[in-house]
Write a protein that binds this ligand. Structure first.
Ligand SMILES: NC(=O)c1ccc[n+]([C@@H]2O[C@H](COP(=O)([O-])OP(=O)(O)OC[C@H]3O[C@@H](n4cnc5c(N)ncnc54)[C@H](OP(=O)(O)O)[C@@H]3O)[C@@H](O)[C@H]2O)c1
Length: 91
């Protein structure tokens, strides 16, 4: 079990729309995760998501994502399979 004083695990977001932002906000508020890098389709929306969440680092390309304990893929259904395959290849 993780000690109470340990920093929460880092969460990276791929897709930060309704689901990504909502879950990230709730998990952050509850101290479940600490937000790491945020990647969306456009750099502007990654910036906006980070500003709204008050945490995280906006990233404009997959190669710039740093490691994290947990990754949330929250892209639209049509992009989900491609996104998952791309990240599986990177892993
Ligand atoms: N909304 C719901 O109530 C709900 C409920 C249950 C499940 N879901 C599921 O949750 C997933 C996300 O839904 P959502 O409603 O949150 O979608 P959304 O509001 O449209 O947000 C999608 C996010 O994904 C980003 N994105 C799109 N293509 C990308 C790519 N190739 N790489 C990285 N980021 C990409 C978008 O960036 P840009 O802003 O730059 O376009 C946006 O930040 C879907 O699979 C959906 O079926 C949604």
């Amino acid at each position: 079990m993780r000690p109470m004083t340990a920093s929460p695990p880092t969460l990276n977001l791929v897709g930060a729309g309704r689901v990504g932002r909502t879950l990230a906000a709730l998990w952050q508020a509850a101290g479940v995760f600490r937000l790491g890098d945020v990647l969306t389709r456009s750099p502007d929306s990654a910036q906006a998501a980070v500003a709204a969440l008050g945490a995280g680092r906006p990233v404009s390309e997959p190669a710039a994502m740093r490691p994290a304990e947990v990754w949330l893929l929250a892209t639209p259904d049509g992009a989900l399979a491609d996104t998952a395959h791309a990240w599986a290849r990177r892993a």
